[in-house]
Ligand binder design. Sequence first.
Ligand SMILES: NC(=O)c1ccc[n+]([C@@H]2O[C@H](COP(=O)([O-])OP(=O)(O)OC[C@H]3O[C@@H](n4cnc5c(N)ncnc54)[C@H](O)[C@@H]3O)[C@@H](O)[C@H]2O)c1
Length: 275
Amino acid sequence: MIKDESTDIFDLNGRIVVITGGLGQLGTQYAVSLHNKGAKVVILDYDTEFDIETSNLNEINDDNFMFISADVTDKESLGNSLNQILDNWGPPYGLINNAALDSPPNADTSENGPFEEYPVASFEKIMDVNVKGVFLCSQIFGNQMAKNGKGSIVNICSTYGILSPDQRIYEYRLDDGNPFYKPVAYSVSKSALLNMTRYLSTYWAKNAVRVNTLTLGGVFNAQDDRFVKNYTAKIPLARMANEYEYNGAVIFLMSDASLYMTGSNLVIDGGFSAW
Ligand SMILES: NC(=O)c1ccc[n+]([C@@H]2O[C@H](COP(=O)([O-])OP(=O)(O)OC[C@H]3O[C@@H](n4cnc5c(N)ncnc54)[C@H](O)[C@@H]3O)[C@@H](O)[C@H]2O)c1
């Protein structure tokens, strides 16, 4: 059978998609691009001060946009969020588990020292949001998708979840007297998502809920020139990603174009993991 190519397999018209951490650098991108493809977008973020009219999301401030202030580590607040979506729109089709805590290269030394001194509290805080948060959101929203007999969950991972960070990238901070080590918790938390994806993809396959990981390389965000130079040297395409360069993958994973994809890991990293 040859599928009729006149239908847009990337069309998201009316599809309800929840983006956790959707007020961040990449979540905002996903919200606008999914909205532009016709999706009804829910941003779930723990920011309580959010005002859409003064935000860079004002361009999608219409009936197809909803903001919910909630914490991904709090099951009750997620249950309330689901009820709010069901009451206003109906069952979600998509969930992008995007909320996470990271340590950018300018982060404080106290939380980013050598492994031997890495604080237990920092480890727990990162695991709580990056792993337990994904578990709870999948439990609440994924369960609803399973009941509804369709859905797509995307777990956002990082190259640092499939490879060890190369700590030499950050050695310039030693020269400044503020040593920085990319923390173990971020890597461990992100790699945990790879098997959460596989587990849930088989568990919910019978309900036609697809679960995939999207693994991203570093995004340019006006970091220190020395960091950008060291990081870029490890990328075959010789540059960091632009913040909009993952939007196509997210549209693909939320659309019928990826209907036969589950349990997979889509890596977009400028070739970082090929070397
Ligand atoms: N930016 C990069 O270079 C890069 C590279 C690889 C992977 N990633 C991944 O992409 C995702 C988004 O990254 P980003 O750069 O946009 O991050 P960001 O820090 O800009 O945004 C993260 C958002 O998550 C929210 N958040 C944090 N904890 C939360 C909680 N408990 N409940 C609800 N919301 C919470 C924050 O308020 C923030 O809006 C993350 O999973 C990150 O690990 C980013």
